[in-house]
Design a protein around this ligand. Structure first.
Ligand code: CA
Length: 231
């Protein structure tokens, strides 16, 4: 059974949506607080988050950014604002879909189911790619990275950078290109942000982070994957 975390401060609406989600077979956790949502998202690991943009304590945008900093849990945003600009902002923050109030609870349930289907690991077309004679293995469908036989936990941004570099091993990717590839997770600070994520990534995957073999710096250019693709 999939678990949905429902973050909505209007009690009536929260109860109504909860009823519909439960009727559709979901386990539902609820909160009216953005701060609590961030902590529950981390501890309860819900399969999806339905997130109201207008919360009394922490804005929904901040909740989405915080959740996205450490997980790839899909987010469906609820909002009273309907301007296109807000919609784009919501999607850039990592929302997978967007429902404008007032909405029909039935419609929301359909959106939730569609987003979960889209995010479900695909058993068919399952592509596992290996680099450096098995040193690095990337399983894109399952979102698993293995280095020297050990599974490594990466943040969505670190994962995005690694997968981008692995697209064409040896090719130099500028920081700007990498920012575009990982957009939606973190878009403040730009080049410096990419550098700090690379630093964290190296700490996790390199044997000697000061002398990296996997994610290499190209002076004046950006970064490249220092391993070749197997097979
Ligand atoms: Ca609200």
């Amino acid at each position: 059974m999939a678990t949905v975390l429902l973050v909505e401060d209007e009690r009536k609406l929260r109860d109504l949506v909860r009823t519909y989600l439960e009727r559709a077979g979901f386990a539902v956790l609820t909160t009216d607080s953005g701060a609590e949502a961030i902590s529950v998202a981390g501890t309860a690991a819900p399969d999806l988050i339905v997130l109201d943009l207008g919360l009394p304590d922490v804005p929904g945008e901040t909740v989405a950014r915080e959740v996205r900093a450490s997980s790839s849990t899909p987010i469906v945003m609820l909002t009273a604002k309907s301007e296109e600009q807000d919609r784009i902002a919501g999607l850039e923050l990592g929302a997978d879909d967007y429902v404008t109030k007032p909405f029909s609870p039935r419609e929301l349930v359909l959106r939730v189911q569609a987003v979960l289907r889209r995010n479900a690991p695909q058993e068919i077309d399952h592509e596992v790619t290996s680099f450096g004679e098995g040193l690095l293995v990337i399983d894109e469908a399952k979102r698993i990275c293995t280095v020297r036989g050990e599974q490594i936990g990466l943040t969505p941004t670190e994962w995005g950078i690694l997968v981008a570099l692995a697209t064409v091993p040896g090719r130099v990717y500028s920081r700007f290109e990498l920012i575009n590839r990982v957009r939606g997770y973190d878009f403040e600070g730009y080049e410096r942000t990419i550098d700090s994520h690379v630093k964290n990534l190296r700490r996790k995957i390199e044997e000697d982070p000061a002398n990296p073999a996997i994610v290499q710096t190209v002076l004046g250019g950006g970064y490249r994957l220092g391993l070749s693709r197997d097979g």
